[in-house]
Write a protein that binds this ligand. Structure first.
Ligand SMILES: [Zn+2]
Length: 326
């Protein structure tokens, strides 16, 4: 199975790069944009493998020495770079400029993959400008970002942009024998996170907690046994702020589904597998209440950006939401 076959969806992008390489029309600097976890970095790694693969007819074969090393992250010519704290620093840009002065060491092409490229600060970004525009031949850059609007405009204008979306992933998933409706929301909500099925399972538990929080919110009982703190740490694990953001995002998607139910637009429902629970919740809510809760969820999401922990924000959302539904 080639490395491209292991990536869900993105058929056109894979064909595009396969053709570009065969016709020697590959640009040297690309920006991959699209939701988190949708397969941007995986695709960049596969292209790095394609450029260096030892069986060119079947590249990226995933089996040769070069492909294996690239997948393990031990190939000296394939450099994966990410912010050390919240910024990609000048020293990191310096190391790129140092490496690029020499020809690729081990393989045919040297590839730099810069993850969360919007974290390049003005200094490190400016240091790379000239190189991104015209790297020495045999060097390629892939900048990965879910926030292209936060990229320095000077960087953005020097790279070819490739947009990743979830649309092809849904079709790819539907072809798989174990597809079920619980996969649908992840793709349809545009949240990404569908690189592989193990992630889908993890996010299913986040989604289940999201609906439990709404059920608790409308419940007239003071205590229905939802231990938010425990449940949060179980569902979100130690995946940090990003999974907390998805948790809030899922609550918002569920609320939009409830609005669709109230408006008799069942066709617009994203969480199809939860439809009977959603209908029960919707009976207790008016559209105004739903809008009010959505704005509470947005406040919670903002709180995350200020570094407030989900363990503090979720109980507040629950308590405030309860007041709205009284
Ligand atoms: Zn190979």
């Amino acid at each position: 199975m080639s490395l491209f076959d292991q990536i869900l969806g993105h058929k056109q992008i894979k064909t595009f790069f396969t053709n570009a390489l065969q016709k020697e029309r590959l640009f040297s600097s690309y920006i991959f944009t699209g939701p988190e976890g949708i397969g941007k970095k995986k695709t960049a790694i596969a292209i790095a493998a394609m450029l260096n693969c030892e069986s060119p007819d079947n590249a990226p074969c995933g089996m040769c020495r070069s492909c294996l090393k690239i997948q393990e992250g031990t190939h000296v010519d394939v450099n994966l770079m990410a912010a050390e704290k919240d910024e990609i620093l000048a020293e990191q840009a310096e190391s790129v400029l140092d490496a690029i002065r020499f020809a690729p060491f081990e393989g045919k092409a040297r590839v730099f993959i810069i993850d969360n490229a919007h974290q390049l600060n003005p200094t490190s970004g400016n240091m790379l400008l000239k190189t991104l525009e015209e790297p020495p031949s045999g060097n390629y850059f892939f900048l990965i970002t879910s926030k292209p609007d936060s990229l320095l405009p000077t960087i953005r204008s020097r790279c070819q942009e490739v947009a990743f979306s979830g649309s092809g992933i849904l079709e790819a998933l539907m072809e798989s024998p174990d597809f079920d409706d619980s996969y649908y929301p992840w793709v349809k909500s545009g949240g990404g996170f569908v690189e592989d099925k193990s992630q889908l399972k993890a996010f299913t538990s986040i989604r289940q907690l999201a609906i439990r929080l709404l059920q608790e919110m409308i419940s007239p009982h003071r205590d229905s046994g939802l231990d938010l703190e425990d449940e949060l740490s179980e569902a979100l694990g130690n995946q940090g702020r990003e999974s907390a953001r998805i948790f809030f995002f899922q609550i918002e998607i569920l609320l939009r589904d409830i609005l669709a139910i109230i408006a008799n637009r069942d066709d617009a429902i994203i969480n199809r597998d939860m439809i009977s629970d959603l209908k029960k919740i919707s009976r207790r809510l008016t559209p105004d209440m739903v809008f009010e809760i959505i704005s509470l969820v947005k406040k919670g999401t903002n709180g995350l950006s200020y570094g407030i922990r989900i363990q503090h924000l979720a109980p507040v959302l629950l308590a405030e939401g309860k007041k709205v539904t009284l």
